[in-house]
Write a new protein. Structure first.
Length: 306
């Protein structure tokens, strides 16, 4: 298992000069970036298939243990405030961490817990499961994955070891071959970096495909504090081309960024809401909708002979 191996190159690391240790650690971080670059096709496939299932229904579920589980949870936790992803359609499971992220490290060996927690979710073919495991064979994660697969959920696996069980069994295996760690077995290092980058790419591209970004603006951001309210105003101004004062008034009337942008486009709140509903909540479609139905070009007044 490459992530657990002790590389001879790093022998006596504890007595190296700090600058040398930092050099090799940074080098391994670049190796993590390179590992992700090699699996862009698999990540794009994962996004495409996940978007198909999550377009109208289904849940996005993350699972992992230890460092991998905490990184998966971190990605999940960002989706609601950043992209407005519905909380009822989002879940994350970290082995042994029912109420906090200071998980019990022994819990990763609990196959029964993985099976039990997956079964309690009542997974269906509409759901998408993202498994993250450096080893690719963590018992808890693997058990969770197997239940999801049996229920027909789409399973995506991020792992750092080739030939592992998750890589063999997942619908979309994404091998992040980041190699041996500078500190043997400390997968929060280069393996963790590769996982974090891959998760960033996957979830962000997924939200783009699901219409939760317009241009490059976060149109579903939740304005829950002063900073985010000001950001929302800037987003409306930038996306519509209006001044900041107009954006503030539109937001105050509409309540959300998407509805504010539709209001500025369509003139009234009722028409803005109607167009957004007709577009299934997809902002670009709603903004491009015509207010006046097109008249057929070949329509003519009937003659007496008709």
């Amino acid at each position: 298992m490459t992530t657990e191996s002790s590389h001879e190159r790093f022998r006596n690391l504890d007595i190296w000069p700090l600058s040398n240790i930092m050099d090799v650690m940074l080098e391994r971080q670049f190796a993590a970036v390179s590992a992700v670059a090699q699996v862009q096709e698999q990540l794009q496939q994962a996004v495409t298939l996940a978007a198909q299932r999550l377009k109208t229904a289904g849940r996005l579920i993350y699972v992992g243990a230890g460092s991998s589980g905490r990184l998966a949870a971190l990605d999940a936790l960002e989706l609601a405030p950043t992209f407005g992803w519905p909380r009822e359609r989002l879940a994350f499971y970290v082995a042994g961490a029912a109420f906090d992220l200071l998980s019990d490290e022994e819990a990763e060996d609990d196959t029964a817990a993985g099976t039990r927690e997956a079964q309690a979710l009542n997974l269906t073919s509409a759901d998408v499961l993202v498994c993250v495991s450096a080893s690719g064979s963590t018992p808890y994660t693997l058990a969770f994955h197997r239940v999801a697969a049996e229920r027909g959920a789409l399973t995506i696996a991020l792992a750092n070891n080739p030939g592992s069980a998750l890589m063999r069994e997942a619908d979309i295996p994404v091998l992040l071959d980041s190699g041996a760690e500078v500190i043997a077995g400390s997968t929060r290092l280069s393996a963790g970096t590769a996982q974090k980058i891959a998760l960033n790419l996957f979830s962000t591209l997924l939200m783009v495909r699901l219409g939760r970004i317009y241009h490059n603006q976060m149109i579903e951001v939740e304005p829950t504090n002063a900073k985010l309210r000001q950001r929302s105003e800037r987003i409306v101004a930038a996306a519509s081309g209006c001044d900041l004062t107009t954006a503030q008034h539109a937001l105050a009337e509409a309540g959300t960024i998407k509805l504010a942008l539709c209001l500025l486009q369509h003139g009234t709140l009722s028409e803005a809401s109607r167009q957004l509903d007709l577009a299934g909540g997809h902002l670009r479609t709603a903004l491009e909708a015509s207010l006046v139905p097109e008249v057929e070009a070949d329509r003519r007044v009937p003659s007496a002979e008709d």
